[in-house]
Ligand binder design. Structure first.
Ligand code: PMP
Length: 360
């Protein structure tokens, strides 16, 4: 018997999630998956508990109630919203629907891992365009486009770099793409940027731009798996054809809706993140460790070299602090540190200071 997977499948390197445990260390802080240290809104938790009484009932297939909340709070047309099991699922819908064998899926050099994985799963060819000093380079992306480019994924802000480009640069990219290519703006961290519309105006003015969003980051619901996409009606109608009818559970739909409506809680998380991020970047700089200005809920700190990053990661682990090595993203001399609460951030700074002190 010879069971052979489709071309591309065996080229997929398994996604590496952030570590969660350190053997032998009890008091662990997980700063490796860009989760919200404060968890979800209390209203989301109440909605989740209430939904427990309805576990025997199939969930909504249209997600209408959640889409309505998203529409009201985000100022988008709910008819042009699609919900998925995390934004990961929306990314994979896009690849299955729009890219196949012979097609190219373009992403940035240090772009989020799921673009490559989903492109390969769909039989398409992932193509990486260089960045300029860890920042999305519109000219390099445009130069990398061919007549086979079907999707161009940009995370803005980007994971794992934390950097972002302006709306004017996004518009220049959208304008310069070949006509068979769609620009996908991944806004997993968009809520952390005060005043950023995540590309909404661009989407409303064109028919080849789409956005993906998530409840896993600022809304603190990573464990429930809820994401959404917004874009032109023709793309939404296409993606809905391949979406499983019950792709989101009832409790997930209810909790996400309550989280979206608790704007005050989201605002509090945004401002606390910004406060701790500025503090942590400043403290790291004082220790001689540079990082790019981050617009997200993490900082990508640069160590002297790969050996120092590996040693620093091991030292932090020994102190119960789990951060994210990013060698798989081509950044082996860097560590990505998710913003924790104040106590966690202070622990990280003290531990890194001790590590640097031991070196000298
Ligand atoms: N896009 C980016 C840039 C991310 O960092 C992540 C999560 N790591 C996702 C998408 C996927 O998030 P989720 O599937 O939890 O919505």
């Amino acid at each position: 018997m010879t069971l052979t997977p489709q071309p591309g499948i065996m080229d997929i390197a398994l996604y590496q999630g952030g570590a969660a445990h350190v053997p032998g260390v009890a008091d662990v802080v997980k700063l490796s998956s860009n989760e919200n240290p404060f968890g979800p809104s209390p209203h989301a938790l109440d909605a989740f508990r209430q939904a427990a009484g309805q576990l025997h009932v199939y969930p909504s297939t249209s997600h209408e109630s959640l889409r309505t909340a998203i529409g009201e709070i985000q100022g988008v047309d709910p008819a042009r919203v699609i919900c998925g099991a995390g934004s990961d699922e929306i990314i994979s819908f896009l690849c299955y629907a729009y890219a196949g064998p012979g097609d190219e899926v373009l992403h940035t050099e240090h772009g989020f891992a799921m673009y490559r994985i989903s492109a390969l799963a769909a039989g398409a060819t992932p193509v990486a365009a260089p960045e300029r000093d860890r920042v999305t380079d519109v000219d390099a992306l445009l130069a990398a486009c061919t007549d086979r480019t079907r999707l161009v994924f940009i995370a803005n802000p980007n994971n794992p770099t934390g950097t972002m480009i302006s709306n004017a640069e996004l518009a220049r990219l959208a304008d310069g793409l070949p006509e068979q290519a769609m620009l996908v703006l991944d806004g997993a961290y968009a809520e952390y940027v005060d005043g950023y519309d995540a590309g909404k105006a661009l989407i409303d003015a064109r028919d080849n731009v789409f956005m993906t969003r998530t409840f896993s980051k600022i809304y603190g619901l990573g464990g429930l798996r809820v994401g959404w996409g917004y874009g032109p009606q023709h793309i939404i109608d296409t993606l809905n054809r391949i979406r499983g009818p019950f792709n989101l559970s009832g409790p997930a739909l209810k909790a996400a809706e309550a989280a979206m409506r608790d704007v005050a809680y989201t605002d509090k998380c945004r401002s606390e993140n910004a406060r701790m991020r500025a503090w942590l970047a400043h403290k790291l700089a004082e220790l001689g460790l540079p990082s790019d200005t981050s617009s997200a809920n993490f900082i990508l700190v640069r160590l002297a070299d790969t050996a120092q990053a590996t040693a620093c990661d091991a030292y932090l682990k020994s102190k119960g602090l789990i951060v994210r090595p990013v060698a798989s993203y081509g950044l082996p001399h860097c560590l990505r540190i998710t913003m924790g609460d104040e106590t966690a951030c202070k622990r990280v700074v003290n531990a890194i200071a001790a590590f640097i002190g031991d070196l000298s």
